[in-house]
Design a protein around this ligand. Structure first.
Ligand code: XMP
Length: 227
């Protein structure tokens, strides 16, 4: 079982490049994540093309980092749910009532997963999200998303998320970005308790993405085996 989610944010490639990359790597990864760079370059048409490759066993994550009222968020994800994308990332700081509760319900009804941001990988998150982390934890304990995003660049926050989930008897997967270009070594987040590592440029800019993925899978295996 792979623990890699590939972040597909390249804006200088064709849809055919995307389709080929996905077709060639599906068997070695846990899933793919698409964000605003993809939307703003390739549009809904691009997503439709990609959706032809969707199979339900993988994670097909839409990462628009939603932070709005429930009506706007559900209407924003609706076309992607219909295309078969099955997981959506939203911010936690927007709170429950009138926003995350309804989004979670909508996604549940439509066989899709909600992933909430615990805290982020960049420096600015220390000043804001980390300072509010106990309030964010209250939101998470109430909403019970399928997954949480916690940063590999600050693995102590993965540890904190893990402890918080354990203490409250909550089972939520942890997905961790920040590997490679943002500074963390592959395997670091898994070592600290993450279930998946979200990896973009380290793979997508590699001259041999399949080889790079296989190498990272090996690192993950080693980390898991050494417990
Ligand atoms: P790279 O190329 O740096 O891409 O491996 C990382 C991917 O992860 C996303 N990212 C985050 N998403 N919280 C998130 O929800 C974060 O703290 C965070 N940091 C990076 C980024 O959008 C890119 O797709």
């Amino acid at each position: 079982m792979s623990r890699i989610i590939v972040a597909l944010d390249r804006v200088d490639k064709s849809i055919d490049w995307y389709k080929e990359l996905i077709s060639n790597t599906q068997e070695y990864v846990a899933g793919y994540k698409f964000g605003l760079p993809f939307l703003t370059r390739y549009g809904i048409r691009g997503f439709k093309e990609i959706s032809r490759l969707i199979n339900e066993e993988k994670l097909w994550i839409i990462d628009f980092k939603l932070a709005d009222i429930s009506y706007v968020m559900t209407k924003s994800v609706e076309p992607f749910v219909k295309m078969g994308f099955n997981a959506f990332i939203a911010h936690s700081f927007i709170g429950r009532h009138g926003s995350l509760r309804e989004l979670k319900e909508y996604l549940l009804e439509n066989n899709s997963k909600l992933i909430l941001i615990y805290t982020m990988s960049h420096q600015g998150a220390i000043d804001v999200l980390d300072k509010s982390i106990s309030i964010i934890e209250e939101v998470i304990a109430d909403i019970r998303p399928w997954g949480l995003v916690a940063p590999a660049t600050r693995p102590e926050m993965i540890k904190r998320a893990k402890n918080f989930l354990h203490k409250n008897g909550i089972e939520i997967r942890i997905l961790s970005p920040g590997i490679g270009y943002q500074g963390a070594e592959p395997g670091k987040a898994i070592q600290y308790g993450a279930d998946y590592e979200i990896i973009g440029r380290l793979i997508t800019y590699s001259p041999d993405p399949i080889l790079r993925i296989k190498e990272i899978n090996c690192i993950h295996e080693k980390v898991v085996r050494s417990g």
